[in-house]
Design a protein around this ligand. Structure first.
Ligand SMILES: Nc1ncnc2c1ncn2[C@@H]1O[C@H](COP(=O)(O)OP(=O)(O)OP(=O)(O)O)[C@@H](O)[C@H]1O
Ligand SMILES: [Mg+2]
Length: 431
C-alpha cells in the first residue's frame, strides 16, 4: 500500500519459489524481501538462500532485505551475499521509501553502464582486427592460426618489422577459449634490464628505492588470458633463466617478496630476429627457445607476397579516406605500379603509412604516384643535397633494413645505433 501510494508498480510473491520464478520471468527494478517465510522460522536461512539465487541470476538487480529478527550478523550476511541494503521491522515509512528510491537509481546507472559495455563488446567484435591477404604465401599462416588458436600451446611468431606479428598475436587470442579474458602485451624491446623483472613479475612496496607501492606484474595481469611478449629476442641473457622457470611452472614471486603466486597465462611471443642464430651466438638460451616455440608461425615479408599489396593498399586507402573525410576511391595505374614495384622494407606498416600520407596529400578521387612519396626509393638514388637531415636518416634506415633482410638488430648495428635508439627512429619514421 505504501509503495502504490508512491506510484510504484508492485508485484508480490509469498514463497521463495514463487519469488524466484517471478524474478526469472519478469523485469523488475528492485526486490524487497523478507528473510523468513515458513511459519515459526527465524534463522533467515530461507531468505539468504533465495538472495544468493537471485544475485546469481542477475547481479545488477538491487535487493533490499527486511526482517523483524534483524541481528547485525544476519544483515551482514545478507549484504555479503549481494543485498544492497537492509531495513529492520518495524520500519519507518520515510526511511524505507528513501532506501528503495536510492537503490533503484543506483541500479539504473549500473545497468545502463553494463548494457553499454555489452554493446561495446558487440561493436568491437564487428570491427575486429582481420588479416587481409589472398597470397598463397600466407596460406600456411592462416591454417596455423585456425588450428592452434583454440589450444593453449605457446606460439612464437617470426617475421620482419611490420609484417603483422602483433596482429596475428591478437587473432590467436580472439579465437581462443581465453578471448573473454585479458590480452596483455609487453614490449620486451622497450624494457631496460633494470625494470624487466618488476614489469613482468611485479614488485612489493620497498623492494627497491622507487617501489613506493605494490605493483602487479604483466604475468599476473594476464592470468586466465594471454600474455604477448613482443620482441622476445631482446630478453637480457641474465633474465632468461628466471623467465624460463616462470614459463615452465607458472609460479612466480613478485620482486622483494618470497610468496609464490601461480599464474595461468598462455604465452605468445614474437621476434624479428632469428633466434636460432641468437642461440648459436650464445645470446639466447636454447631451452627458453624450445619453451616458446611449441608452434612457430612465420610471416613472409610483403615483397614475397606481392598479391597482397593492392589488396592492402585499397583497404588502407578506404580507412584513411574515411577517417579524413576525403572522397578518394582509386589509384591511377602509375601509382599502383609504383606500389607493386617498391620493396617495402617496413612491410605492411610502411604501406599503411604511405597511404596515410597519400590521403593527406591527394585531392579529388584518385591517388597519384607522386602522392605516395615513394619516388626516392623506387627510382634512381635520391640526391642527398636536396634532402633534409630527417629524410636522409629515414632513407639510410630503410636501406639498412633492406640490406639486412629486415633484421632490425643487424641494421641497428650496421648504422652504429643502440637497439633502443634504432627502435625510436623506426617509430619516428613509421617504419
Ligand atoms: N595482413 C594484414 N591485414 C591487415 N592489416 C595488417 C596486415 N598485416 C599487418 N597489418 C597492419 O599493419 C600494421 C603493422 O602490423 P603489426 O604491428 O602487426 O606488425 P609487427 O610484425 O608486429 O611489427 P613490429 O615487428 O614492428 O612489431 C598494423 O597496423 C596491422 O594492423
Ligand atoms: Mg609488433
Amino acid at each position: 500500500m505504501l509503495f502504490k501510494g508512491e506510484h510504484y508498480g508492485v508485484h508480490s510473491a509469498t514463497s521463495p519459489a514463487a519469488a524466484f520464478e517471478t524474478i526469472r520471468t519478469q523485469y523488475f527494478d528492485l526486490v524487497l524481501m523478507d528473510l523468513n517465510y515458513a511459519r515459526d522460522t527465524t534463522s533467515g536461512k530461507e531468505g539468504l538462500d533465495l538472495l544468493s539465487r537471485i544475485a546469481a541470476l542477475d547481479s545488477t538487480l538491487p535487493i533490499v532485505v527486511m526482517t523483524a529478527w534483524a541481528s547485525i550478523e544476519l544483515a551482514v550476511e545478507a549484504m555479503r551475499r549481494g543485498a544492497r541494503d537492509f531495513v529492520t521491522k518495524p520500519w519507518e515509512n520515510e526511511r524505507l521509501i528513501a532506501i528503495v528510491r536510492n537503490q533503484i537509481e543506483l541500479a539504473r546507472a549500473l545497468r545502463k553502464s553494463q548494457r553499454l559495455e555489452a554493446e561495446n563488446r558487440l561493436l568491437r567484435s564487428h570491427g575486429q582486427p582481420t588479416l587481409i591477404t589472398e597470397s598463397p604465401a600466407m596460406t600456411p599462416v592462416i591454417e596455423l592460426i585456425e588450428r592452434v588458436a583454440p589450444s593453449d600451446a605457446n606460439v612464437l611468431i617470426t617475421g620482419e618489422n611490420g609484417t603483422g606479428k602483433s596482429l596475428v598475436a591478437q587473432l590467436l587470442h580472439i579465437h581462443s577459449r581465453r578471448s573473454e579474458k585479458p590480452f596483455v602485451s609487453v614490449n620486451i624491446g622497450g624494457l631496460s634490464e633494470g625494470v624487466f623483472e618488476s614489469e613482468l613479475f611485479g614488485h612489493v612496496k620497498g623492494a627497491f628505492t622507487d617501489a613506493k607501492t605494490d605493483r602487479i606484474g604483466r604475468f599476473e595481469l594476464a592470468d586466465g588470458g594471454t600474455l604477448f611478449l613482443d620482441e622476445i629476442g631482446n630478453v637480457p641473457l641474465s633474465k632468461q633463466t628466471r623467465l624460463l622457470r616462470v614459463l615452465e611452472t607458472g609460479d612466480l614471486e613478485r620482486v622483494g617478496s618470497s610468496k609464490t603466486v601461480h599464474v595461468d597465462a598462455r604465452v605468445i611471443s614474437a621476434t624479428n630476429s632469428n633466434l636460432n642464430d641468437e642461440v648459436a651466438a650464445g645470446r639466447f638460451r636454447q631451452d627458453l627457445l624450445f619453451r616458446l616455440n611449441t608452434i612457430q608461425i612465420h610471416l613472409p615479408p610483403l615483397r614475397e607476397r606481392p598479391e597482397d599489396i593492392p589488396l592492402l593498399a585499397a583497404e588502407f586507402l578506404e580507412r584513411h579516406a574515411e577517417q579524413y573525410r576525403k572522397p578518394l576511391k582509386t589509384f591511377e595505374p602509375a601509382a599502383l605500379e609504383a606500389l607493386k614495384k617498391y620493396s617495402w622494407p617496413g612491410n605492411v606498416r610502411e604501406l599503411d603509412h604511405a597511404l596515410l600520407r597519400a590521403v593527406l596529400m591527394a585531392e579529388g578521387t584518385m591517388v597519384r604516384r607522386e602522392h605516395l612519396g615513394l619516388g626516392a626509393q623506387t627510382g634512381a638514388s635520391p640526391r642527398i643535397e636536396e634532402m633534409s637531415l630527417e629524410e636522409v636518416e629515414a632513407y639510410l634506415i630503410r636501406k639498412a633494413l633492406a640490406r639486412h633482410g629486415g633484421n632490425a638488430l643487424k641494421a641497428a648495428e650496421a648504422l652504429g645505433l643502440s637497439r633502443s635508439a634504432f627502435y625510436r627512429r623506426l617509430e619516428k619514421y613509421g617504419l
